[in-house]
Design a protein around this ligand. Structure first.
Ligand code: ZN
Length: 401
């Protein structure tokens, strides 16, 4: 008779010390270098976190531990706080913004929709990354909300620059949102709202949607200050954004969209603030072309910001002033935007690019934004690697998967 179980040896029960260039436990700041002691009491018990800290200290305290070099990062998984999953079947192409819209976004429109959204959702579920997804098609809301392998927020999008249509559009939107909320599951994906951008939604519609969201506790994302032309639009009511609009959808002047005349010092952020939108604390996406005054307003209102560095670079929109936002105390998260402008949905790729884009920044600050900032924006508990909690191999970011 042979024992069908492999013999349990004492070596199997030795703790493992994983070491990495950087450890982020989810608590406090990230540390470099860092290590985690993973132990198991018996072969039957699941691996658990026994200690975290500097590798030297862990070696000293756990001399019997078997050491494994885990590469660059040990951390809970980051979140992709802004994307457009319904564009996941697009081919990526980097082009200046006003060429990218017709030559990529519009040219590949047939690729947009449910099939792409399902493929994108599959990718993020496999990566284990929570998502902040902007959704245009109600069928995508209905298909994704019941999924149990995703967490985060699906922000249903609304457009409408004509102020006279605001009431009617809002009534329809609200009805749709109420329907989607019946599909929410406890602990699952949540319904959010997204007035598309500060200039594609009229002032009364922006107010109606954000006031409704605040009253219902729904999270909000708004594309804000992405292209440098937005500053010109609010200052003069003209410029490239206005020239590239679809005239049939818009009133005769931009002043009518925003319900006030343009002014030299008016910016998208000041406009949102004076409209009463910022006080509802929407999450602002991009925020590349902003003034020092804008950053102060956002910090004072307590809004979080999602930056998509690859998309901004690929569309030549500029560089998000990360250090200035962090210095002002603003919560910053990372998003990929769609694969059509951001190339992949894995936020670890975004983080790698951000490290190159901000060589002067401490990379640990970027890691914290990707993990903790992302969870905060999406209203999820910040994941933590803590003593006594189960160990998960996904904490080793360099593992092949
Ligand atoms: Zn976007």
């Amino acid at each position: 008779m042979t024992d069908p179980q492999p013999a349990q040896t004492s070596a199997d029960l030795f703790p493992i010390l994983y070491t990495a260039g950087t450890l982020f436990t989810g608590l406090g700041g990230a540390q470099s270098p860092g290590g985690v002691i993973v132990s198991r009491g018996s072969l039957a018990s699941k691996p658990a976190v026994a200690a975290t800290g500097h590798p030297d200290l862990l070696r000293q305290n756990y001399p019997q531990a078997r050491e494994v070099d885990a590469g660059d990062i040990i951390s809970p998984l980051p979140a992709n706080a802004h994307t457009h999953l319904d564009m996941s079947a697009y081919r990526f192409q980097a082009l200046p913004y006003f060429r990218w819209i017709p030559e990529v976004a519009v040219a590949q429109q047939a690729q947009r929709g449910l099939a792409g959204a399902l493929a994108g959702a599959e990718t993020l579920a496999r990566l284990g990354q929570p998502v902040g997804d902007i959704v245009w098609d109600p069928a995508v809301m209905e298909a994704l909300l019941p999924r149990e392998d995703l967490s985060g927020v699906l922000y249903f999008e609304v457009l409408g620059p004509r102020p006279e249509q605001a009431q009617e559009r809002f009534a329809r939107f609200r009805e749709q949102i109420e329907g989607f909320r019946r599909l929410e599951r406890p602990g699952g994906l949540r319904v959010g709202v997204s007035p598309h951008a500060t200039y594609t939604v009229s002032a009364p519609l922006l107010q109606l949607v954000t006031e409704y969201a605040a009253g219902e506790g729904l999270p909000v994302q708004i594309h804000t200050a992405e292209h440098p032309g937005e500053l010109e639009l609010y200052a003069t009511g003209a410029g490239p954004i206005w020239e590239h609009r679809l005239p049939a959808l818009y009133p005769a002047t931009f002043a009518e969209v925003m319900g006030r005349p343009p002014e030299p010092d008016l910016t998208p952020v000041r406009y949102l603030d004076e409209l009463g939108v910022l006080r509802h604390r929407p999450t602002l996406v991009h925020m590349v072309n902003v003034t020092a005054e804008d950053i102060r307003r956002v910090a004072e209102a307590g809004c979080a910001v999602v930056s998509c560095p690859r998309s901004n670079a690929n569309l030549e929109c500029g560089r998000f002033p990360l250090a200035e936002f962090l210095a002002a105390g603003v919560e910053v998260a990372l998003g990929t935007d769609s694969v059509a402008s951001g190339e992949t949905l894995d936020i670890r790729d975004e983080l790698a690019f951000a490290r190159e884009r901000y060589p002067e920044m401490d990379p640990r600050v970027l890691l914290r934004a990707a993990v903790k900032g992302g969870a905060r924006v999406l209203g999820l508990p910040v994941p933590q690697i803590r003593r006594g909690e189960p160990w998960r191999d996904e904490y080793l970011w360099s593992r092949s998967d």
